[in-house]
Design a protein around this ligand. Structure first.
Ligand code: UD1
Length: 421
């Protein structure tokens, strides 16, 4: 199993290009199942999760063509069977996103029930309730969700989500595109990835308005057609490198990123003492050699502070000046990485969903274990600000979400190497 060996050192400095967004690419790949014509998707990141989604489409017999730049042309109409098997769903929860498209296009779907994961129980009741409101019949047995459409086609409905759910909004939004009549989604997620998905669906011929707000209206159409779509840049990858540069008192310039998608993160980095500049598609950060100041925050749905950036900021707070209070309100078990950071000399106490982090000048290198994707990234940041060697184990989590992580950190001057045991 691969590990990352990091020798903590001086400030990161340099320029990198931000990859395509994993969390936008996954629903967009699932959405190709809705179309009756080929869809060409570009700017996909080279990541395990993307490979898993492609494998899932292939396992259903969907014809697809991949080129050397990972542009994928997918013909959803060629799908031969509508089951997403346990072997694939267990490795990637986002596989649930094929449920709505399969049901809306083919009238049936069988998707293995995604279990909980390291960061929490993660139910999918809102996905199922939304589809049921559109007339789907849903049964859960032998670990599978079986959804059918007794009337042949889903029917538009008024759906109020109990909580803001990104995946739930995506699944129901996709299904509504081929439903008969109007669907209104209330308390919908407003994440930029929802906007990207909606823009792709619109390019396929869907009639959607209000995406990016809490109320999305979809007027169902009978068929969706082909298009070419380039996936948006990854705001979480971008945020991770910005925080890494800030924690190491360095400077960085990111290319191919929309700064508007990172408002809450940039505000907190400025509060930490970073000098931030940005243009239409770039962001630069400079700590001018200063130690970051501790920043407190609470994770909330977009446009508030993202849960996917919590662990990285916790790593920065571990070496910041002062005391930070961080509350995680989205997932119940997402402060687990703090225990590994304490093994590196951090001073973090956790009470329920709140962490109190008292900054220390530097951490000490240690062997640590990654427990989920963003937690792994935070341990890499901790390794960069630690004296001596840090060996991050179980980095398959990182490979699910960070394209060319060693190459990108190396180009910023980090001492980082992948080792096989
Ligand atoms: C997506 C992102 C993930 C991010 C999360 C929150 C992808 C592939 N993943 O995950 O990186 O951390 O949004 O921004 O885009 N919930 C329910 N019932 C449901 C659905 C959700 O109770 O049916 C709860 C969840 O347990 C969680 C909260 O709602 O507490 C938010 O989850 P959700 O927004 O659905 O997260 P994901 O779509 O799984």
């Amino acid at each position: 199993m691969d590990k990352l060996l990091i020798r903590g050192g001086g400030p990161l400095s340099g320029e990198i290009r931000v990859s395509g967004s994993k969390n936008a690419a996954l629903p967009i790949l699932a959405a190709t199942l809705l179309s009756s014509e080929p869809i060409r998707v570009s700017n996909l990141p080279h990541l395990h999760d993307i490979t898993t989604m492609i494998a899932l489409l292939r396992s259903m017999g969907t014809e697809l063509l991949v080129d050397e730049k990972l542009c994928v042309e997918i013909n959803g109409a060629t799908t031969k069977q509508t089951t997403a098997p346990y072997e694939l769903v267990k490795t990637m929860r986002a596989s649930i996103l094929v449920l709505g498209p399969l049901l809306a296009h083919f009238g049936r779907a069988r998707v293995s029930f995604p279990g909980g994961c390291a960061i929490g129980s993660r139910p999918v009741d809102q996905h199922l309730r939304g589809l049921e409101a559109m007339g789907a019949q849903i049964e859960v047995d032998e670990g599978y969700i079986t959804a059918t459409c007794p009337n042949g086609r889903l029917k538009g409905a008024h759906i109020l989500f109990d909580m803001v759910t990104v995946g739930g909004t995506e699944n129901v939004l996709m299904a509504a595109c081929l439903a008969e009549g109007r669907t209104v989604l209330e308390n919908a997620a407003r994440e930029p990835e929802i906007i990207d998905l909606a823009n792709c669906l619109i390019a396929m011929g869907a009639k959607i308005s209000g995406h990016g707000s809490a109320t999305i209206t979809i007027d169902g159409v009978e068929k969706l057609g082909g298009c070419s779509y380039s996936v948006m840049p990854d705001r979480i990858e971008a945020g991770t490198y910005l925080v890494a540069a800030a924690a190491t008192r360095g400077n960085i310039k990111l290319r191919d990123i929309d700064p508007n998608t990172l408002d809450a993160v940039l505000v907190k980095l400025e509060e930490a003492g970073a000098k931030i500049e940005h243009g239409e598609d770039w962001i630069s950060l400079d700590m001018e050699g200063r130690r970051p100041k501790a920043v407190s925050f609470k994770t909330v749905p977009y446009p508030g502070f993202p849960t996917d950036m919590q662990a990285q900021f916790t790593a920065m707070n571990a070496v910041a000046e002062g005391v930070a209070k961080v509350s995680e309100t989205i997932f119940e078990n997402r402060l687990i990485q703090t225990h590994e950071m304490n093994r590196m000399g951090a001073n973090i106490s956790v009470d329920g969903n709140t962490a109190l982090i008292t900054g220390t000048e530097r951490l000490k290198g240690a062997p640590v274990m990654a427990s989920d994707l963003r937690a792994s990234a935070s341990l890499v940041i901790a390794g960069l600000v630690a004296d001596g060697e840090t060996l991050v184990d179980r980095i398959y989590h990182i490979d699910r979400g960070y394209e060319c992580i060693e190459e990108k950190f190396l180009s910023l001057g980090a001492d980082i190497r992948r080792v096989s045991s």
